[in-house]
Design a protein around this ligand. Sequence first.
Ligand code: ATP
Ligand code: MG
Length: 690
Amino acid sequence: MRGIDVNALLEGLTDRQAEAVTTTGAPLCILAGAGSGKTRVLTRRIAYRVATGSADPRHVLALTFTRKAATELGRRLEALGVRTHVTAGTFHALAYAQLRRWWADNDRRPPVLLERKVGLLARLHASSGASVSGRANVQPVDLAAEIEWAKARMVGPDDYEAAAARHRRSAPLSPAALASLYRRYEVEKQRRGLVDFDDLLIGLARAMGTDAEFAASQRWRFRHLFVDEFQDVNPVQATLLAGWRGEGNDLCVVGDCNQAIYSWNGADPAQLRDFKRREPGATVVVLDDNFRSTPQILAVAGSLIPPGPGRSGRLRPRRPDGPLPYIRTFERDVDEARSIARLVRDRHAPGTPWSQIAVLTRTNAQLVAFEEAFRAGGIPVRVRGGGAFLERPEVKAALGELGRPDGALAPGLADMAAAVRQGSPELGTAAEERRAVLEELVRLGHDYLALEAEASVAGFTAWLAAGLRSEAPHAVTDAVDLATFHAAKGLEWPVVFIAGLERGLVPISHATTDEARDEERRLLYVAVTRAERELHCSWARQRTFGARSLRRQASPWLEEIQVARAALAAGEAHPGSTAWRSRLADERARLHGLRGGRAAVGGRTGVKIGSAADPGLLDALKSWRAEAARAGGVPAYVVFHDTTLAAVAEARPRTQTALLDLPGLGPVKAERYGDALLAVIAAHKGDGRS
Ligand code: ATP
Ligand code: MG
């Protein structure tokens, strides 16, 4: 293709990356940790194949999972000069466009997209006859998540109970009640002519399964398949991919098992982990350099990866050193938001635009406080979701200029593009804003045309309204990004603030199983690895939820960040080495107030702590721990490790202060469990040592 310099595409790549860009191996799987250049390799590979003529851009399909990630993918393809003809977007956006085509071909009226299922589910659940107290314990979002899980596996209401048992789901309702709710939800949607987001994927997969001609045309259209963030693919998406792929092998997937963060709603990271086994002919390339973050940030991130199979090797840092991560405790959530606003302002300088800074939180609700504090401080923020774009009067007016709703989109869009190129004779802010809006609409229109060649104006408007487009990078000027951990996936910023690192949020309170907690850990890993140069972590002792103000405790994982930070500050050991691990153990012990620091639990010096424990007391402590774990809905080790209980049974502390001298017993745990521990000790009169 004209205009693409093949050599330039290979510049600035490591040998391994260049191999991943140029290999003819197919299918191809690129496995690597955060910031190792997976997305860079994926986009370069698309451009490389186009430039060398082995792929026709009109037949390239590049997929990802979140809208922000799709924007990023599009932006990078644009920079490489191949955005125009390539179809790139989220699975949902693509499925919606393709289904509209299919509905039109089959003379079906397009259903209306139900954007949030929570409201409908809440109403259906409320009318289900469940007792009021039974209803009060159930969060509609949890019902929605469970139904999404089922739909992601193409499990319908009739098969739900069996599937839930097979996967040991712990749903908010009994399996039978959930199946019944699910059934009523499906019926109600059908009655009202609605489809939800999951139906888009399922609908397209079904259409391809039943309509051979349609399937063949899809396969013809999407001949070269590329998937970013493959660890988050769910079974329906995998079915769609298999449908597009047919007998062919032209598939390239990239991903990182340590960043799998959508298992809760049906994603299946085994698709990535077992790629080689499922695809015996596959070529797998592993990248292990990190080009994004400072060694300091990487060391902290590495300490957060849950242990276990699939844990990838350490990433080699390639960036120069930077500051240690910052850790801050605030009295109230409003203090946290205001202080971060001040810190953000301090960092904004010539050469550091607002857009190089992001604030990340676990939940959407937490972002509101930041939006308010930043607006009050005159700091521009990027509005999440971008739904507001359609609400702007100048956007509505411009949409009207595209022509009749049932008319074709392409001619009106061409006129609009010409008008933008010519420029306007008017001057002033209003004219400039109008021009920016038109430019943005033209860009989005081209995105939509890439998804749906015979698009209508109505189809385009519906697609915009459904929020399926990628976020509009050019419609907003320089602004600080506010995003949830989930939405931050695949993105990067020089300066990142991670706020609200509190128990109940990180990990989120409903993550009660080991699997769910591991996913929460990976989610924090994703958040931390977004930072290039500066990482700021914070929490508040008091937070307001609705009308209630609650006392908070720091996230248990903040301690790990703190420990890694201290080990870095000591500066003796190389992250990942054996010395580093014992350094971490030392710092953990020191943090817990153990005198001397070095005699860590199972440490290198001195007698192992707890080896002289009173066995009777130890038993009593273990029974107490089992009870506390049950009551708290957490695994026993979260309450206390065996080693900590052994240390308690040995030292028999009588006071809170004495408790704090023991390893594994920080102020947070002492406050939470201290009294109960002291009571168990006091009640245990039998003294094994006398
Ligand atoms: P994630 O897992 O978070 O999605 P990723 O593996 O997709 O990360 P990229 O976003 O592609 O990583 O790359 C991370 C950063 O490193 C980007 O800014 C990218 O431009 C840069 N980068 C990647 N490879 C190189 C390289 N060989 N030389 C210099 N910079 C690089
Ligand atoms: Mg990426």
